[in-house]
Design a protein around this ligand. Structure first.
Ligand code: GLA
Length: 636
């Protein structure tokens, strides 16, 4: 009983549903539980109106960009979703609650014989162009622009209840309208309505918005009702599924890394914002990148990290800053981020169109294996990201975060290639090919990202390390009991707030989550001084789901990581195959040398790796699945 209680409390945030039913969240399920519904086997690509136009969006602006997407050939390269963001709603009609479109901005919505404007002609037009259509709403009663817009010009009008154009009291009705009646294929659900309309909100005080007690606070997880937020998003997800019996939809969550969403969005929707809004400023790119870059294990086909839309075309990423613009694109491609263009394509110069159209980088982002790049070399000024592709090639991005030149040693071992066999590199910007063995020297200009496709000889000849295939590893329970902000995420002077106040605080929860090739808090994976360059680091009382694609053998060296400060509690490591126990370690404590666990996994579709302990403070109990690998693949 004690063991069960401990395990249960360890999973309190990610497994509240299981707890409510009194079940053990570490018990094997035999099922992959991350989100796979909808149409996001690869990250969505397309265009969104917000970065270019904010709420001053209209039909001509959207259609102009849609037309350029088709005419320029970007549509053929995969840019398909044309997403209308905030600013389209005129009001909610009462008493029937029907949403009214701003007909002055969307003339096709008004037809002579119908009284109520409809987006059907608009989505029909996009569909006829071979594109898909996206819409925007908010989980609360009012949208972000209604909270933050400096002017009233483009906001809904009328009584507070008429201005309540968000989903809150109308989930089923609105979702049905968007998907069944209006024919949209994609929805972005924002979260300002859940946080910005408390009793002291200027809009509530001014009598232009309905009050809603905040349940979300980006700056204070302790003031966030994580379960309530998650339940609302699940309810919207269920409505979306009902309104789309053919499954052709995409559900995009937008609560900017609040409510510990970086841990649970993978179970609830197709993409999820990991940070606050991007702006066309270098520091902001770093924040948004950092919010996703160490969380490869939380992204899979069907459930992607979203560090926000591309801001190529403005500020630090405009045509006068091609180095920065290229870095932005290459990094987002490597992260398996949605590639949503955020500029007015009617006037975009060719040099930037070429970046959007780089087919080699798009191919990395859209690679069928769905592995987000992992961090092979990490520092505050230089990072090397490596992504394992479906055909076994590696994609490599070498990223100079800073403002000085950087000399770089790129090593075979960083790609998990043998260092005694040649490696072929293709530069994905210049297409130049080079070869090296063991190590090559590169030189990077300030803010430059070199991007390569690499082909070499795998260090693990007959298999794959789990950390090479994060798209097939799901930390169903990651052991985090008290989510706290990740202090390593870059903090920048935010453009929108100026430098008033005390500055940017660490705010994105997720510190201590599951990591590829790293202990949960960033240390080297290490058991009794032996380091592991490959492996999964996670906290105790955790359960990893691993898809097995025809391999026959699983092996790993397990133990409590040297970085753990809990030296008292034991941890037992168990491997399950399709729900059945296959292998188990002895109870292990800090200071005990690693134990080899092996299992025959022939025919097994899903492995589960459970690290169970009676400890309740699992934050102090990091464990290591060292060299965890699937080998000996069945001939296909
Ligand atoms: C929030 C979102 C943005 C955008 C605006 C619209 O700030 O994060 O991406 O949708 O709202 O108001």
């Amino acid at each position: 009983m004690y063991r069960f209680m401990a395990a249960a409390s360890a999973a309190v945030l990610s497994c509240s549903a299981a707890l409510a039913q009194g079940t053990d969240p570490l018990a094997p399920t035999g099922r992959w539980t991350a989100y796979t519904a909808g149409r996001a086997a690869t990250p969505p690509m397309g265009w969104n109106s917000w970065n270019a136009f904010a709420s001053a969006v209209d039909e001509e602006k959207v259609m102009g960009s849609a037309k350029r997407i088709v005419d320029s050939g970007l549509a053929d390269k995969g840019y398909r979703y044309i997403n209308l963001d905030d600013g389209w709603a005129a009001k909610r009609r009462l008493p029937d609650g029907h949403l009214i479109i701003r007909a002055d901005k969307f003339p096709s919505a008004v037809s002579r014989n119908k009284k109520t404007p409809s987006f059907k002609p608009y989505t029909d037009r996009l569909h006829a162009m071979g594109l898909k259509a996206g819409i925007y709403s908010d989980m609360g009663r009012h949208t972000c622009a209604e909270a933050w817009s400096p002017t009233d010009d483009d906001l809904p009008k009328g009584s507070p209840a008429e201005r309540a154009v968000g989903l809150y009291d109308y989930v089923e009705q609105d979702i049905e309208l968007y998907f069944r009646d209006w024919g949209f294929d994609y929805i972005k659900v924002d979260g300002c309505g859940l946080r910005d309309f408390g009793p002291n909100s200027p809009k509530v005080k001014a009598g232009v918005a309905l009050e809603l007690k905040p349940i979300l606070d980006l700056g204070a997880l302790t003031r966030t009702d994580v379960d309530a937020v998650q339940n609302l998003f699940r309810r919207v997800g269920a409505a979306i599924e009902r309104s789309n019996p053919d499954g052709d939809y995409l559900y995009s969550l937008c609560i900017w890394g609040a409510a510990n969403v970086r841990a649970w969005a993978k179970d609830v929707g197709n993409t999820s914002r990991t940070s606050d809004d991007i702006s066309p400023a270098w520091g902001r790119l770093l924040v948004n990148l950092d919010s996703a870059v160490h969380r490869a294990l939380y992204a899979h086909p069907g459930s992607w990290n979203d560090p926000d839309m591309l801001h190529i075309g403005a500020g630090d990423f405009d045509a006068a800053h091609l180095t920065e613009a290229r870095s932005h694109f290459a990094l987002w491609a490597m992260l398996n981020a949605p590639l949503l263009i955020g500029t007015d394509l009617r006037t975009t110069p060719d040099a930037l169109m070429e970046i959007f159209g780089n087919a080699d980088l798009i191919a990395l982002n859209q690679d069928a294996a769905g592995n987000q790049a992992t961090v092979a070399y990490d520092s505050s000024d230089l990072q090397i990201l490596v992504k394992t592709l479906d055909n076994g090639d590696k994609a490599v991005a070498v990223f100079n975060r800073g403002t000085g030149m950087q000399d770089v040693n790129l090593q075979a071992t960083q790609m998990k290639y043998r260092d005694d066999a040649p490696i072929e590199l293709t530069d994905l910007w210049t297409k130049k090919q080079t070869r090296f063995t063991k190590e090559t020297k590169l030189s990077l200009a300030p803010r430059e990202t070199l991007a390569f496709r690499a082909r070499g000889t795998r260090a693990l000849a007959d298999g794959i390390y789990l950390s090479e295939q994060p798209g097939k590893v799901n930390p169903a329970v990651d052991g985090v009991t008290r989510p706290i902000a990740d202090p390593t995420i870059f903090r920048t002077a935010s453009g929108w707030a100026g430098t008033r106040g005390a500055g940017d605080r660490p705010q994105y929860a997720g510190w201590g989550g599951a990591r590829a090739d790293s202990a949960p808090y960033g240390q080297t994976l290490q058991i009794t001084r032996k380091t592991y360059s490959s492996g999964i680091g996670i906290l105790a009382n955790s359960r990893l789901e691993v898809r097995n694609d025809g391999y026959r053998r699983f092996s790993t060296k397990v133990g409590v990581d040297d970085s753990a400060t809990d030296k008292a509690h034991t941890v037992t490591f168990t491997v399950y195959g399709d729900g059945k126990r296959l292998a188990e370690s002895r109870p292990m404590k800090w200071g005990m040398s690693a134990e080899l666990i092996e299992a025959d996994v022939t025919g097994v579709k899903l492995l589960e790796l459970v690290a169970r302990s009676a400890a309740t403070e699992t934050e102090a109990l990091s464990v290591t699945w060292g060299e965890a690998a699937l080998t000996d693949r069945q001939p296909r």
